[in-house]
Ligand binder design. Structure first.
Ligand SMILES: O=C(O)CCC(=O)C(=O)O
Ligand SMILES: [Fe+2]
Length: 250
């Protein structure tokens, strides 16, 4: 299944999760202690301003959100993806959608699993994404309507060659976000996100080490980027903020 169904979390749904009716089907229960589904205060206007400025001036920005999201939430997300990686839930990622979907191992080798926002850590994260979505709309008038998000795993040797996340004029994916979930990532572990200049795509303008708590945000249509081959298992979570209300018919 390659079409994610992502519904921005509404208050009743969050209340349901907070009142304990939500399911923690995937997450490791022990790691959920201390995860608070309410993220009020995690996103403040100064932080949103920094992101909006980075996106409008350079087209991309990287930040550390380990403290902002809190270690229990980071640990819970990392244990979810590690558990998914041990099951058969992670599927080879493709390029394109629906009938256009192609699985080309010379371009990308990661595996993905779409988030539904149902487990407590995912609900907390979706609330965080929702604050970013509305905060960017208020500042940059992007008209972002929803988001979709997946976990990604790269095994040693896996990579994702240079690409952009959206085609010009499709107005679908507008802002891309990647959150890394790997403790103690060393330089020799490779797997960096390499970011290219939006004006001249042979010019490298950033290298992001996929260390736990590091966040990268960039304009989906404008910023070419690639994932260099990883030398150890690499866990991440990607989110795309979209301008369309529902997926385009294929
Ligand atoms: O994991 C990363 O650093 C980037 C992944 C990516 O470019 C993508 O999934 O489109
Ligand atoms: Fe990408």
């Amino acid at each position: 299944m390659d079409q994610p169904v992502v519904i921005p979390l509404t208050a009743p749904r969050l209340n349901q999760i907070n009142s304990g009716q939500g399911i923690d089907a995937v997450a490791n229960g022990a790691c959920l202690a201390g995860v608070d589904a309410g993220v009020i205060g995690r996103v403040d206007s100064q932080w949103l301003e920094t992101i909006a400025d980075g996106l409008s001036e350079h087209g991309w920005i990287t930040l550390d959100v380990q403290e902002r999201l809190g270690r229990p939430l980071m640990a819970a997300l990392a244990s979810e993806v590690a558990l998914l990686d041990r099951s058969d839930a992670m599927k080879s990622a493709g390029i394109g959608r629906g009938s256009d979907l192609m699985r080309d191992r010379s371009v990308r080798r990661d595996k993905i699993a779409w988030l539904q926002g149902i487990t407590a850590p995912q609900a907390a994260l979706f609330e965080f994404f929702e604050e970013i979505r509305s905060g960017l709309n208020r500042r940059l008038f992007l008209g972002l309507k929803r988001f979709e998000s997946h976990y990604a795993t790269y095994q040693p040797g896996d990579f994702y060659k240079k690409h952009v996340d959206s085609f010009h004029g499709r107005a679908s994916r507008v802002v891309s976000l990647v959150l890394y979930l790997n403790d103690g990532w060393r330089a020799e572990d490779g797997g960096e996100l390499r970011v290219f200049n939006r004006e001249s795509d042979s010019e490298i303008c950033g290298l992001v080490r996929p260390e736990a708590g590091r966040l990268a945000l960039f304009l989906s249509e404008e910023i070419p980027h690639e994932v260099l081959p990883a030398n150890r298992t690499r866990y991440s979570l990607a989110c795309w903020f979209r301008q369309d209300e529902v997926p385009l018919p294929l």
